[in-house]
Design a protein around this ligand. Structure first.
Ligand SMILES: [Zn+2]
Length: 121
């Protein structure tokens, strides 16, 4: 099971993601969420098929608190005219700056569009 709902994010990150999406929209960048919470079975399948380097249960998308989905990461992609845009680096750079302003970062180089909370120093 893969969720795209904000409610399946941990409350620590949920508002930041909401702010991030809104801030992108305000700048004319349309963003869709492709994943918030992902269960362990789905993660295991991604790993087995080479789409992720993390086995089931090891991703920040797989976290549950009191058996309730509480993901600490969110996957997004910008959309132009209804199409996901993966290869426009100038656009991704703008998105990254907006994310940083909202307290989010994309620390995993092999997982494009994956954002999580900026680690406090
Ligand atoms: Zn991710």
């Amino acid at each position: 099971m893969t969720s795209r709902k904000l409610i399946d994010l941990d409350e620590k990150i949920r508002l930041k993601v909401k702010k991030f999406i809104e801030a992108c929209n305000e700048k004319g960048i349309e963003i869709i969420i492709t994943c918030t919470y992902r269960d362990n079975e789905e993660q295991e399948l991604l790993w087995q098929n080479g789409f992720s380097r993390l086995k089931g249960g090891l991703s920040k998308h797989n976290i549950k608190k009191n058996n309730i989905p509480s993901a600490l990461a969110c996957d997004i992609v910008p959309v132009i005219e209804g199409k996901a845009v993966w290869d426009n680096e100038a656009l991704w750079n703008k998105i990254k700056i907006i994310a940083n302003d909202c307290g989010l970062d994309d620390p995993i180089s092999w997982d494009k569009g994956h954002f999580e909370e900026i680690k406090s120093i």
